[in-house]
Design a protein around this ligand. Sequence first.
Ligand SMILES: [Zn+2]
Length: 342
Amino acid sequence: MSDRLLEEVGIGEYVRMLPKAEVHVHLEGCIPAALAGRVAREHGAASPVPIVEGRPEITSLKGLLDYLDWSCALIDRREHLEEIAYESAKRMHDSGILYADVIFNPSHWPHWRGRVGEMTRGLALGAAAAERDGYTPIGLCLSLKRQQSRAEANEIVDWLLEARPERVVALSIDGNEAAGSHNERFAEAFARAAAGGLRRCAHAGESSGADGVREAIEMLGAERIDHGVRSIEDPSVVAELVERGVPLDICPTSNVVLGVVPSLSAHPVERLRRAGVRVSLNTDDPVLYGIDLAGEYEEVAATFRLGADALSEMARVSIEASFATEELKAAISRRLDDFLAR
Ligand SMILES: [Zn+2]
């Protein structure tokens, strides 16, 4: 049924129409290039990487981190945060995303240190305005950094549980694991977040190997793994993901650009899916890579010759794995069912 629709409208239109969620996208990688350019001109600040056709040219992890730090450091007004949230929701809507979990890490935003409440307020205002205009609803995942101390992590969770900031649905953790994942340091913070009703996701299996994925599940109680692609290095971790049904939030272009995999055709996403792991497709840092989610579905479909069944299965996982309310998840699932019945 749905394969016929795919043939009729073409893959580009099909993946844009496909009802889905996005569950692995960073606010730091969503700052509209036009906003960064405008504020940079006000401050007379020059971008650390070339700007080509209005967007940063990112070719390495160093370039990505330099641009990310530079652009986040420009954002010093609440209106900027509102604009980032609003424009992100609008862009996601264009890809047929009906809900998104957006990860933000306060440690990247120097003007908002010690003012995380004000920061989330700005984001919540922008997200609410976008939702009123019919764009993608957004939930926020506040992310710890791997380099933070046990005391810092616990303090952030204390604040989250006390302040209950608007739209913050989850605790997350990201950052380079090359110098160690240090999961034992964060176990208590994650356990307390869980007890307080917050959802949990964790970056693992990108700069860490398969063992990092297992630790994130077992020590942090992560309900979802951001990336997790290196699980493929250990069949026992793949088996654990299948058995527990823990989804991987996979970002194909990001993995290729940052050299986690040599090429898209060498990417383990399809091997993991065929092994029975629940996988979804995501953008990670869409503005930095100049990509959108519909484009990621299209690239993966073309590379692995996927039809409507495989694409809708990944869309289904994205919806089920999301931290949207049960009501919203049910509504989006129905939209997917209706779409597949066309
Ligand atoms: Zn990420």
